[in-house]
Design a protein around this ligand. Structure first.
Ligand SMILES: Nc1ncnc2c1ncn2[C@@H]1O[C@H](COP(=O)(O)OP(=O)(O)OP(=O)(O)O)[C@@H](O)[C@H]1O
Length: 598
């Protein structure tokens, strides 16, 4: 398990360069959103000016007749500004949510191209957090954050401009104090960024613990490990809480610091303003309007600081998503890779060697064999000797370090991954099912299959009978990972799915694991039907369950040489040999070497 770490911090400019292209098509919404928000800010500027006029013309002169015109104009502006703010907010939300949807799809697409070892080396909960919370944080930066930022900047110009218009000398004092705001914001933002990075990381860890623990509840409860799991969650929860509190301390600390700065400014302005009124250079309405502009200007500047904090938080999420997007699949289609459609299913390994990254010893050394339609290649040997690795190489989850693997004469590296995998069906140790209905699970083998085809596959897989007895027949939900039905029933549903898929090559990885002899025998009949006419690679420890074999490979362990028999079968396989239905072993002659355990 890779130790989780805080993703490398990338600059905000880099974040925009990475994600702004995903905003294509929605940018006009943002532009309209900004324009409308700016218009609303302009309305506020005029409203404050009207307030000043009411003070001077109505209140100071005690002339009620002068009240109505500015009052009606003010009300009209408030309504128009309200409508504008609604439209702006809605368009921004629309652009933000669509961007979010598109970005999540993009990151998920990329994730699905990464090789299985990427997922084996990471915690699922953490990856889930990257797909949800972290992507939302990016939206807050690239869509709504951008609109807020531009709107705030333009509003500052408006309010400061209006303040200058009323009294340039007072406004100058105000502006001179702005750098102190920016300095404080910068100080807080950099600290917030590192706290946000820790928060994102521990959020991922928390998700991982919940995901692992809830998906293994049967194990947790049967081993009475509820307390351990609760402690585990509490521990990561505490780390998250500490990071969150650091963020909160900075966020709530920022407000009061700025408030004090604001108060200093306001007192200076009122003092200078009062002196100017005494001098007769400023009216009371003018000072009130000026103070009102400051009342808008300072919160707007404060908002700017808040945006800087949000941007810091979003940047921390963006770092983690960028890290995913930068990960490259260990295998990919080469330029000009070909599609082969449904092949015959001849498989050949020629002197294949393979070592996992970070492992000192080779897992497979000089593995060679050739099998074709109708053949059953039984792969057996001790645990960890490389049987499943061979299947992974055939599926091209990895490329061999040396040697070649071909299907119908095509090197796997020359085929598109899609067309290669269309030719192979894998039946795993534990039937991998989804939480959908029985029908959906069988149809997973061939999207678009009709109900008749699904039922036909289920009949051949000997699953129809039990499916009919389920409460809603084919529409019965199978529960999380298909756990609402028995292991044998799950396996028969998986066989029906494989039958529907109809690929020429079949990999059976311990298909009887977890089944009692009666259950195994029940599965064996449909399995034989599935194997009929296909090239089957059967990985098993239990040779008693091998129906018949035409070829056998015994994978060795470190330092142990496994003797080969004349027909390519290893000595310690009496059952497989006796059960072999092949008339001409020489035709299926297999070259097999002992393999080393990594
Ligand atoms: N993703 C991986 N990264 C590094 N090493 C791995 C990885 N997967 C498997 N191995 C190692 O490669 C060796 C072969 O593993 P493999 O799963 O192929 O064995 P196996 O013969 O199928 O075992 P079993 O019968 O127990 O399923 C083992 O030592 C294992 O630890």
């Amino acid at each position: 398990m890779r130790i989780p770490h805080v993703a490398p911090i990338v600059s905000i400019r880099h974040v925009f360069r990475a994600f702004w292209p995903h905003m294509q098509g929605y940018r006009r919404y943002l532009v309209i959103g900004i324009c409308v928000a700016v218009f609303a800010a302009g309305c506020e500027v005029v409203a404050i000016w009207l307030f000043g006029r009411i003070t001077d013309e109505v209140l100071a002169k005690q002339d009620l007749g002068a009240f109505w015109a500015p009052a009606i104009l003010w009300l009209g502006l408030a309504v128009v500004a309200g409508i504008a703010a609604f439209i702006g907010g809605w368009l921004t939300a629309l652009a933000g949510e669509r961007f979010l949807l598109r970005l999540r799809d993009h990151v998920y697409d990329h994730m699905q191209k990464l090789s299985p070892d990427y997922f084996e080396n990471r915690r699922l909960g953490d990856l889930m957090a990257r797909l949800t919370d972290d992507i939302e944080a990016i939206e807050e930066l690239v869509a709504s954050g951008l609109v807020r930022l531009v709107t705030v900047l333009i509003s500052i110009v408006f309010f400061a401009g209006a303040a200058f218009y009323i009294r340039w000398d007072l406004a100058l004092i105000t502006v001179l104090l702005v750098p102190s705001f920016l300095f404080v914001s910068k100080l807080f933002a950099s600290r917030f960024r590192s706290a946000a990075g820790r928060e994102r990381l521990s959020n991922g860890s928390m998700n991982s613990v919940v995901e692992e623990s809830l998906s293994n509840q049967a194990l947790v409860q049967s081993y009475n490990r509820q307390q351990t799991e609760a402690v585990r969650l509490h521990k990561v929860g505490r780390t998250w809480m500490t990071a969150k509190l650091s963020e909160a301390r900075l966020a709530v600390g920022y407000g009061p610091v700025v408030q004090v700065l604001e108060t200093i400014c306001l007192l200076v302005i009122i003092g200078v303003g009062a002196w100017q009124i005494v001098q007769g250079r400023l009216t009371i309405g003018g000072l009130i309007a000026f103070a009102a502009y400051l009342g808008y200007l300072y919160p707007t500047i404060q908002n700017l600081g808040q945006i800087a904090l949000t941007v810091s938080e979003a940047g921390a999420g963006a770092d983690r998503v960028i890290e995913v997007l930068k990960s490259k699949p260990s295998v990919a289609d080469k330029p000009g890779a070909i599609e082969i459609g449904r092949g015959q299913g001849r498989v050949e390994f020629a002197n294949v060697c393979f070592t996992y990254d970070g492992r000192a010893n080779a897992t497979l050394t000089d593995l060679s064999f050739a099998v074709g339609p109708g053949d059953v290649l039984v792969c057996t040997g001790p645990s960890g000797s490389g049987k499943s690795t061979m299947a992974k190489l055939l599926l091209r989850f990895y490329d061999p370090a040396e040697g070649s693997i071909t299907i119908d004469g095509h090197d796997l590296r020359d085929l598109t991954l899609r067309s290669l995998r269309e030719n192979i069906t894998v039946l795993h140790q534990e039937s991998l099912l989804f939480s959908g209905t029985v029908r959906e699970n069988i149809a997973y083998g061939r999207p678009g299959a009709t109900l008749e085809e699904i039922v036909e596959a289920a009949i051949v897989a000997d699953a129809h009978e039990f499916i009919e007895e389920l409460p809603q027949g084919y529409e019965t939900p199978m529960g999380q990972r298909g756990r609402l039905v028995s292991g044998g029933q799950r396996q028969r549903v998986a066989i029906a799915r494989a039958l529907l898929r109809d690929a020429p090559i079949l990999i059976l990885d311990e298909p009887m694991t977890g089944l009692d002899p009666a259950g195994a025998a029940r599965v064996m009949t449909p399995l034989r039907r599935l194997m009929d006419g296909r090239t089957t690679i059967l990985i098993t420890h239990d040779l008693r369950l091998v129906p018949h074999s035409t070829h056998t490979i015994v994978f060795g362990t470190a330092g142990e040489e496994v003797p080969l028999s004349v027909n390519g079968h290893h000595e310690p396989l009496p059952l497989a040999d006796t059960a072999c239905g092949c008339k001409d072993h020489r035709r299926h002659r297999t070259t097999v070497e002992a393999h080393r355990l990594a």
